[in-house]
Design a protein around this ligand. Structure first.
Ligand code: NDP
Ligand code: 8X3
Length: 248
């Protein structure tokens, strides 16, 4: 089950896991995109996939959506907590509290609600695995990153907590912490300003969604005795959260 599969990393992960013949539950708010993705994944009988449209910020909706799965789709082995976003890049002083709520509710509470709901199902699996998509912003900060960074620091802490608490159940917990990757992330952060969004990726080769999907597949397909705990991955042109080498 992959949250945030209508775009970016989540969509690329769905495509990559489908090629590996996983059965997929793809989720997100935009049902039209989910339905298109399911048709693409299941076309020519290639893969089995189901769509669940819900908002990770609303605990009741998360629970109702997961509970609505038919019994034979409830045998979830892998949960990928990927849905997330940044909203704005202002200083705290100039920040919009609505943006802060959006990031905290999605990136932190969304991971909590989804994990809490899916955990009882994962406990029935013989190879249970949770993959959390954190960020380089989960271990570093940069000006204007404040609340987004705080939310991803929370994902870092929650990934470590999950690894401790789920140890008795043999549930692997992997955190992937990407640096700059060209998806719809910046378009969302800059609220539809495509020019501002595209400037984020000017002058260097950013990561692509398929790079993160490959890493997720590697972690999930590693032998059951192996838990890849944490992977930080950046473009070759990026040294840390704020040093980027641009050719311009
Ligand atoms: P995209 O904007 O391309 O994809 C974000 C996905 O999250 C969409 O499928 C969106 O679906 C989903 N989503 C957002 N809010 C909600 C919500 N309330 N309920 C359900 N789904 C939601 O960005 P990315 O693929 O880049 O982002 C994926 C993850 O990777 C995020 O957690 C992000 O913080 C993280 N990340 C991104 C980096 C980057 O540079 N791109 C780097 C490091 C981490 P929908 O709108 O249909 O609900
Ligand atoms: C997204 C990467 O550097 O914009 O998590 O925070 S960054």
């Amino acid at each position: 089950m992959i949250t945030g599969a209508t775009s970016g990393f989540g969509k690329a992960m769905a495509q990559a896991f489908a090629r590996e013949e996983f059965r997929l539950i793809v989720t997100g708010r935009r049902k039209d995109r989910l339905d298109l993705l399911v048709s693409e994944l299941t076309g020519e009988g290639k893969a089995k996939a189901a769509a669940l449209a819900f908002d990770v910020r609303v605990q009741k909706d998360v629970e109702e959506a997961v509970n609505s799965l038919p019994a034979d789709w409830k045998n979830i082995d892998v949960l990928i907590n990927n849905a997330g976003l940044a909203l704005g890049k202002s200083t705290l002083e100039n920040g919009d509290p609505e943006d802060w709520d959006g990031m905290i509710d999605t990136n932190v509470k969304g991971v909590l609600y989804t994990t809490r709901t899916v955990l009882p199902l994962l406990k029935n699996s013989s190879s249970p695995h949770i993959v959390n998509v954190g960020s380089i912003a989960g271990t570093e900060v940069y000006p204007g990153g404040n609340v987004y960074c705080a939310s991803k620091h929370a994902v870092n802490a929650l990934s470590k907590s999950m690894r401790q608490e789920l140890l008795p159940y043999g549930i692997r917990v992997t955190q992937i912490r990407p640096g700059l990757a060209e998806t719809e992330f910046s378009l969302v952060r800059y609220k539809g300003d495509a020019e501002k969004a595209s400037r984020v990726y000017d002058g260097y080769d950013p990561l692509l969604a398929e790079d993160i999907a490959r890493i997720a597949c590697f972690a999930v397909q590693s032998p059951a005795r192996v838990c890849i705990n944490d992977i930080e991955v950046t473009p070759t042109a990026q040294a840390n959260a704020f040093m980027i080498h641009r050719n311009d």
